[in-house]
Write a protein that binds this ligand. Structure first.
Ligand SMILES: [Zn+2]
Ligand SMILES: [Zn+2]
Length: 145
């Protein structure tokens, strides 16, 4: 199931270099203008997009547009940041997906790759997010560098 936020990411990131105004984003998502604004705001909080005054790629009007960062951190990078931020607290793929705004399947895939990332580990433990006992990922060391 795709949340509106995941859908917004898909639309924006599929267009990568295409900046869209809130109205055109709303049209692309099939949601109201207000909801599109809220989604864009959420994505801005995670640092995935910026809001800049520019010409909208869809309607051509010059307004505040939502633009994806050129060097968008991939899901794995965002998960690593999230884990390091939470220090030693383990989170399952589902909770991480919620934290970094990606699909659960994407998070699970990232966790597979994460086993090769130094300083991060996985074990079966109680998830700090949902409190279920299942495989969780965590930052294994507090001292980095
Ligand atoms: Zn537009
Ligand atoms: Zn969890």
């Amino acid at each position: 199931m795709l949340t509106p936020l995941a859908l917004a990411r898909d639309v924006l990131f599929a267009g990568a270099a295409r900046p869209l105004c809130h109205a055109c984003l709303a049209r692309a998502l099939g949601v109201g203008y207000g909801e599109a604004r809220e989604l864009a705001f959420s994505l801005r909080l995670t640092g995935e997009v910026t809001l800049v005054p520019a010409s909208c790629d869809a309607c051509g009007r010059r307004r505040l547009v939502v633009r994806v960062h050129g060097d968008l951190p991939d899901v794995l990078t965002r998960i690593v940041r999230c884990l390091v931020h939470h220090r030693a607290r383990g989170y399952c793929a589902e909770c991480l997906a919620g934290e970094v705004h990606c699909l659960a399947a994407e998070a699970a895939h990232a966790l597979d790759r994460l086993q090769r990332v130094p300083g991060l580990a996985q074990r079966v433990d109680r998830c700090a997010g949902c409190h279920r006992v299942l495989p969780v990922a965590f930052a294994s060391t507090g001292d980095r560098g």
